[in-house]
Design a protein around this ligand. Structure first.
Ligand code: HPA
Length: 269
């Protein structure tokens, strides 16, 4: 595993002349931020040795290097989900490669279903904490090179970045919610009873991603910031039939606001 990660990072370094400081993972329907990356240098996942290939519609499968808000970044347009059949080692592989490339901060976006009754479709939520109902990404052989066997999760999402993001949102007059993201395997959306259960255990939203990458980053000591776009509601009386297309449509409408917050936060790093 270690060698594959190092080999992949070495290959990327032969292709790309940018040393990224910030890693960004773009969720479903949220690829628009990538268009704002200046002087881009792009690698398709299928051209990168050992890189998994994304299979979901709306996930494009490109690693985009360049400048954003004056910082060197690498953005994943398209991520790997457990529900696609990848094992957790594959899901977190790109984050470990990012670290090998020098990334010091991780920014993550996703689409999710709101279970907090105060949320509306299209709302943005700063993730302050998570509940992991996916298999833990660090199960199995321990690689001390990546950090501790038993990783502290008391500050999975950087309190400092959360604080700054709230100030930025206020300055930009962008309404943001904050709360707990629960990760589940999918690929089914939830039944009304499952949404109710997620609310009872302390969730504000539920989705199928983000947590494995954040866990991998935290093991390596990388501070994380994540935002979710509420694309549907799992709130009694407001539950309607949803599809992946609905999720993409709402996400791409709301993403401009999220991009503004990400950019300002990255600028201020
Ligand atoms: N549930 C799980 N994942 C999701 C949802 C949802 O309601 N919406 C977008 N991703």
């Amino acid at each position: 595993m270690l060698k594959t990660i190092k080999d992949t990072a070495s290959f990327i370094k032969t292709q790309i002349s940018i040393n990224p400081d910030v890693g960004i993972i773009l969720g479903t329907g949220l690829g628009g931020l990538a268009d704002e990356i200046e002087n881009p240098q792009i690698l398709d996942y299928d051209k990168i040795p050992n890189f998994p290939v994304s299979t979901v519609e709306g996930h494009h499968g490109k690693l985009i290097f360049g400048e954003l808000a004056g910082k060197n970044v690498v953005a994943m347009k398209g991520r790997f989900h457990f529900y696609e059949g990848y094992d957790m080692q594959q899901v977190i592989f790109p984050v470990r490669v990012m670290r090998e490339l020098g990334v010091k901060h991780l920014f993550v976006s996703n689409a999710s279903g709101g279970v907090n009754p105060n949320f509306e479709i299209g709302d943005l939520m700063i993730i302050t904490d998570h509940i992991n109902l996916l298999p833990n990404a660090l199960l199995g052989k321990h690689y001390p090179e990546y950090g501790a066997r038993f990783v502290d999760m008391s500050q999975a999402y950087s309190p400092d970045l959360i604080k700054k993001a709230k100030i930025i949102a206020q300055e930009l007059k962008i309404h943001v919610q904050e709360g707990v993201y629960t990760a589940t395997t999918g690929p089914t959306f939830e039944t009304p009873s499952e949404y109710k259960y997620f609310r009872i255990i302390g969730s504000d939203t539920v989705g199928m991603s983000t947590v494995p990458e954040v866990i991998a980053a935290r093991q390596m000591g990388i501070p994380c910031f994540a935002m979710s776009i509420i694309t549907d509601l799992g709130v009694p009386g407001k539950i309607v039939e949803i599809s992946h297309e609905d999720v993409q449509a709402v996400a791409s409408k709301a993403e401009k606001k999220m991009t503004k917050i990400f950019k300002r936060l990255i600028e201020d790093l």
